[in-house]
Every structure is written in C-alpha cells, then in structure tokens.
Write a protein that binds this ligand. Structure first.
Ligand code: 8YV
Length: 330
C-alpha cells in the first residue's frame, strides 16, 4: 500500500471495465489499475495481477483457481468480487492464504428475479418465436391456432434454492397466481413459508416429478454442480419448462438439449451456460428455448450498487474494519 498525505492507498487491480462513476470513485480512493479494453485477463495476466495487487476485483469471467492464488504475493489481502456468486474463486486456496473474499449480495436480487420471470413468461408463451416470425416478414395475420403457448396462471412452480433470489421469484410467481413449491438445503421459517404460500420438498426428485415449471436459483457449489443431471431431468413431466438464471453448471446442458429435442421436456429459458460464452450448438437449434447472454443483474441500478458494494468492502478493509460482505472468513 502506498501513502498519500495521511491516506493509505491500496493497490487495487480491477479485471473488467466497471461503470464509469464507480471507476472514478475508485481512482479517487485507491491506486487503481483498470482494464479499459475490457478483455478478460488470461491466467498469466491474473497471476501477474495477484503478484502485485493488495486488492483484486474480479468478476464471474475470471477463473481464480488455486494455481492463481498460489501466485499471489504476501501483500494480496482481499479479493473483492464484483458479483454475488463466488464459484469462480477457489475459496479453499484463498482460505489457506488467509485472503479475505467479499461479494455483492442483495443488490441484484430483484433484477435477477425479474429476468427469471421474463424467461418464465417468454418460454411458455413463445414470445421469441413470435418476434422472430414477425421480423422475418413471414407473419400472414391472426389465426385461431397460431403460436398457442401454455397458460402461466395456476401452474406449479418448483424453485430450487430459496435464498434471496428464490424468494423474490416466489413473490412474483404468487402475483401471477402460480402455486409455489421449493427445494432448499434447509426449510424456510414457518412465517416466511406462510407468506409465500410455499410448499417445501425435502426430496428434490419428488418435487421434480410434480412441477410444471422449474426455476434454478441456487448458488453453484460442489453439491449443486450438475444437480440436474440426465437422470433427474428425466423425472420432469414432458410439459414442464426449466428456467435457469443461476449458473450453467447446475444443469447437464447436453442432457437438457437432448431431452427437449425428443419432447421429454417442453422447453427452457437459460441466462447462464456451462462454458460461457460458448453455447452448446444443440441448444441453438431448438425453437422452444430462449437463450440470454448472462444478463440477470444487467441493470444500471444493480451494476452501480454492485460497484458501491465493492468500494465499501475495500474501504472497510483499508480502514481496518471487517468488510461487510465477507464470504471469507465466515
Ligand atoms: C453478475 C452474477 O453480473 O452476481 C452474480 O453472481 O451471476 C451476475 O449477475 C456477475 O457475477 C458479475 O461478476
């Protein structure tokens, strides 16, 4: 850390372009290196960054592996992630080196839930198919049987992961008169369950066989990696839809594409993928699938608030306070 007057300025390396006003404030407070070109850093560039920085600000596009953390110098004390999910950071390796890890929870909940609902409406109501036909000039006018989708009201929604985002989805689904079901590591307190009128399924398989729509809203962890594997996906009813705004790795994408192709699953709305930004070509071939480029938290408001949280976490650390959004130490 360098000293300017009475102020200690940590060396902060930011891996991607952040909103302008966040970068400006960072430049006022810290000795910052930005990535103005906004190209993802290579593993070698990340190693160089952690060898120099006091604080690294990565995003979901940076794979902060044990190998990269091993290259960190003694001065690296904080990884202040821009984003809520921390599955791209090897937390075990960070813990061993006593590196603090923070994230940006809470400020992207409502936007991610909105996008989940947008997909949940778009897939059964075939919005993008309609849009495509219209733009292609092939629409010949209204007919009684054209582009019939499925009704949302009265359907059963099974939410996997009832954290902040899952609950925000449940509240919205309730307003659409869906009946809310959920599977979670632990059951919600009775008052929250009652408010959401949500039915708890301890056994995920039991829930899957009964739902009309599944929404994946859990974090990616060792336990949730491929939680929806081929066998589990086969348990869905053929008229069921799947929505995923969490992480691609939670669903076996290849199996999902196969099962949709043969009509064993009705369709999917996906904002996240196993190998971003590469998309499984089988998915691209399917009509009843809506694919979005990981934009759950892509609102000006959320991205600004995420940046503010990063600033606050770094500032707290520099001032020798405990950063508020600590993932590590717990
Ligand atoms: C973020 C997300 O945009 O916060 C998360 O976990 O998935 C996204 O909405 C991304 O992670 C930024 O790093």
């Amino acid at each position: 850390m360098s000293q300017t007057g009475n102020r200690t300025r940590p060396k902060v390396i930011v891996t991607r372009k952040l909103p302008d006003s966040i970068e400006t404030r960072m430049a006022e407070l810290f000795d910052v290196t930005f990535n103005l070109a906004d190209k993802p850093l290579t593993a070698e560039q990340l190693k160089k960054a952690v060898a120099e920085a006091d604080v690294l600000v990565p995003t979901v596009t940076d794979d902060i592996t044990a190998d990269i953390i091993a290259a960190a110098g003694e001065q690296l004390k904080l990884i202040a992630n821009f984003g809520a999910g921390v599955d791209h950071i090897d937390l075990t390796a960070a813990k061993e080196k006593s590196i603090i890890v923070t994230n940006t929870p809470g400020v992207l909940t409502e936007d991610t839930a909105d996008l989940t609902m947008a997909l949940l409406l778009s897939v059964p109501r075939r919005l993008f198919e309609g849009e495509k036909i219209l733009r292609s000039g092939d629409w010949t006018g209204w007919t009684p049987t054209f582009l019939m989708g499925r009704r949302i009201q009265g359907k059963r929604l099974g939410i996997i992961g009832m954290g902040r985002i899952g609950r925000a989805v449940a509240r919205r689904a309730k307003a659409f008169n869906m009946s809310v079901h959920y599977h979670n590591r632990s059951r919600l307190p009775a008052d929250v369950e009652a408010e959401l009128e949500a039915t708890y399924w301890e056994d995920l398989d039991q829930m899957l066989t009964r739902m009309d729509v599944i929404s994946v809203n859990c974090p990616l962890t060792e336990e949730t990696n491929r939680l929806l594997d081929r066998e589990r996906l086969k348990k869905l009813q053929p008229h069921a839809f799947i929505i995923n705004t969490a992480r691609g790795e939670i669903i076996d994408e290849e199996a999902l594409a196969d099962l949709i192709e043969v009509g064993r699953i009705a369709g999917a709305g996906l904002d996240v993928f196993e190998q971003e930004p590469t998309i499984n070509p089988k998915l691209l071939e399917l009509e009843n699938v809506v694919l979005l480029p990981h934009m759950g938290s892509a609102t000006v408001e959320a991205r600004m608030a995420m940046g503010e949280k990063v600033l606050i976490n770094i500032r707290a650390y520099v001032d020798s306070h405990r950063p508020p959004d600590r993932v590590l130490p717990i």
